[in-house]
Design a protein around this ligand. Structure first.
Ligand SMILES: Cc1cc2nc3c(=O)[nH]c(=O)nc-3n(C[C@H](O)[C@H](O)[C@H](O)COP(=O)(O)OP(=O)(O)OC[C@H]3O[C@@H](n4cnc5c(N)ncnc54)[C@H](O)[C@@H]3O)c2cc1C
Length: 389
């Protein structure tokens, strides 16, 4: 049946979720390979800065990927507010009995570190290798890949699709839901005349939600704006962009004084069908790409990767291709995936609405969070750790 080059696990995509899945599989002793279409790079051209939850920090630490450098940028409190309307809430680490809520990390720094760790842990990683098709057999799958125009094959008992959702059709998988939000996220680094603390801000404004993440002397920001306006905003000279940002955010973080590394990302929610027959699982953005409003996408994807490794750890390697393995993973992830997806899409809808009845409800909701500490604790802990059933 299988050739000698059959791995226990082949991960398609060396994004952050694919890397974490591969490192976790390697840590539990499974032979693992990773395919990545991009070349190996020492610089990653990405402008995103992420809010990583305390649970994501624990996952990265258990895999020896955490760098103590990142601990300079903790989030201990998050202020959530609705510009021009009543209601505001502050969530702090002590509300949920954790040392920190999370940390602020540059996407490119994290990805470089993860890919370096793949090489240090001797996980077979093929760069510039694009998976083009998957052929399923009883106890393994054969993946065809294209490396610099040359075709070759690799076999795996379990194929983990962590490709960000770019090539689902090669596994015969479909999207069950796609929402184009008509918004782009403008990201960048901004400074102000008041020094950032350990407080992150989620501010809902008429032009779209703004997240400000403290990183030492500066903030990273994510500003969700209508796609029709993002090109103009991005091209504006610094002073005009700063004015527009100040007008949208207000002055609770002082006067904004400089901005750099502006970029935009178009925003869509995409939910994929989870396969139920054996041999293939999908994780991370390939499984669900969410609106970044609640900063949940990567945090959820890392929980996918970690839970998958836990399922594989309790499965004999010759059974990895079985339907049971995939179904155990689906069962383990069902509630977290559903709850986090509903939360991100619901929050986006709630705070995009201009209906006065909705404005009142969300003001009460923010107020209620502060008045009912137990509700706050349950909601925030579930967002950090996923539901504990
Ligand atoms: C503006 C913005 C802000 C965000 N902020 C946060 C935040 O604060 N917190 C948070 O948790 N999340 C956040 N997110 C979401 C987060 O960035 C994503 O959820 C996360 O990057 C997804 O990682 P991934 O590894 O699943 O997918 P990706 O990062 O898309 O990686 C997929 C990889 O697969 C490779 N690939 C694709 N097709 C193939 C193929 N056929 N063969 C081989 N390789 C292939 C790609 O080259 C890529 O390297 C944000 C997103 C945006 C847009």
């Amino acid at each position: 049946m299988m050739s000698e080059t059959c791995y226990d696990v082949v991960v398609i995509g060396a994004g952050p979720v694919g890397c974490v899945a591969a490192l976790a599989m390697n840590q539990i002793g499974l032979s693992t390979a990773v395919l990545e279409v991009q070349p190996e790079q020492s610089e990653i051209p990405d402008g995103r800065t992420l809010a990583l939850s305390w649970n994501s920090y624990l996952i990265l630490k258990r895999l020896n990927i955490w760098s103590s450098k990142e601990e300079q940028f903790p989030i201990n409190r998050i202020q959530i507010s609705d510009r021009g309307h009543f209601g505001q809430s502050v969530v702090s680490a002590s509300d949920v009995q954790l040392p920190k809520l999370g940390f602020v990390v540059r996407f490119k720094d994290l990805l470089i570190r993860l890919r370096k760790q793949l090489s240090e842990q001797k996980v077979k990683t093929l760069f510039q290798a694009s998976a083009t098709s998957i052929e399923k057999h009883n106890d393994h799958s054969k993946i065809t890949l294209d490396i610099n125009g040359a075709s070759s094959e690799i076999a795996a008992r379990l194929v983990v699709m962590a490709d960000g959702g770019h090539s689902l059709n090669m596994a015969g998988l479909k999207l069950t839901k796609t929402v184009d939000h008509g918004h782009d996220a403008i990201v960048g680094i901004i400074t102000s005349d008041s020094k950032p603390s350990d407080m992150a801000y989620e501010r809902f404004t008429d032009s779209g939600p703004i997240a400000l993440l403290p990183r030492g002397n500066e903030y990273a920001f994510v500003w969700s704006v209508p796609s029709s306006e993002s090109g103009d905003l991005l091209n504006q000279p610094e002073i005009r962009f700063l004015n527009a940002f100040q007008t949208a955010f207000g002055d609770r973080c002082g006067r904004f004084t400089s901005i750099r590394e502006k970029r935009s990302y178009s925003l869509a929610t995409r939910i994929a069908e989870q396969p139920s027959d054996g041999g293939i699982v999908i994780i991370g953005n390939a499984s669900q790409a969410l609106h970044p409003i609640a900063a949940q996408g990567l945090n959820l994807g890392l929980r996918d990767a970690w839970d998958l490794a836990e399922v594989c750890d309790t499965t004999k390697s010759e059974n990895l291709a079985n339907e049971d393995t995939v179904n155990n993973y689906r069962k383990k992830r069902r509630w977290d995936r559903l709850q986090t997806t509903l939360f991100s899409t619901g929050l986006n809808r709630l705070f995009s609405s201009k209906l006065s009845s909705i404005l009142g409800v969300r003001g009460l909701g923010l107020l209620g969070l502060d008045l009912i500490p137990i509700a706050k604790k349950v909601i925030i802990r579930q967002l950090i750790f996923g539901p504990k059933l």
